[in-house]
Ligand binder design. Structure first.
Ligand SMILES: *[C@@H]1O[C@H](CO)[C@@H](O)[C@H](O)[C@H]1NC(C)=O
Ligand SMILES: *[C@@H]1O[C@H](CO)[C@@H](O)[C@H](O)[C@H]1NC(C)=O
Length: 167
């Protein structure tokens, strides 16, 4: 009895130690991976652009979002959360960020994609700042590992400009 309990305990300790070592190694080896990603975002159309009665601007865009994020995936990657945001400057705020689209990439096979879509979330500015506004379309990603720390990065596509007039 005694010796069985002792051996089971020793085995458990050994298993826990191995597991802890694997977790440390997993997060260490993960950090050696330098991702080589490709992102392209095009505005295919400005569907409409208007000022609401409350003076907030709203614009509807059709986007072509394409990305190859396969290099973010290692054997330690659980999933990757991505979102595309419009980022622009106003007199009040140096950075306004409006999320336009998001998605969860469950596996490496799904990490190379392109999607032709209108903005999934409303692009509303709290004010009427969008006419002729220069903006960046930025893809942000959060890599969720099986063990270890989450990390985030982004790719900025700059040089977009909204129309001067509502339509
Ligand atoms: C969207 O982008 C992809 C990849 O760059 C391209 O192959 C595709 O033709 C584009 N689609 C449209 C509708 O522009
Ligand atoms: C847009 O991108 C450019 C170039 O990366 C950067 O200098 C600028 O600060 C960005 N603008 C905003 C509002 O984030």
């Amino acid at each position: 009895m005694h010796s069985f309990g002792y051996r089971a305990n020793a085995l458990l300790t050994f298993a826990v130690t191995i597991l802890a070592m694997m977790c440390v190694m997993a997060s260490l080896s993960d950090n050696l991976n330098t991702p080589n990603t490709h992102v392209q975002i095009d505005v295919l159309n400005v569907n409409w652009f208007q000022r609401h009665p409350n003076w907030n601007d709203e614009v509807s865009l059709t986007l072509n979002i394409s990305a190859d994020l396969q290099s973010l995936f290692t054997w330690n990657t659980k999933q990757v959360f991505v979102f595309v945001a419009a980022e622009y400057e106003t007199q009040k705020n140096s950075l306004n960020q409006v999320s336009l689209w998001d998605g969860i990439i469950p596996s490496k096979e799904n990490a190379k994609f392109w999607i032709h879509t209108t903005n999934k979330y409303a692009f509303v500015d709290q004010g009427s700042n969008l006419r002729g506004k220069e903006l960046n379309l930025t893809m942000h990603w959060h890599v969720m590992p099986k063990t270890g720390y989450m990390f985030a990065d982004k790719k900025v596509i700059s040089g977009f400009r909204l129309p001067e007039e509502y339509r």
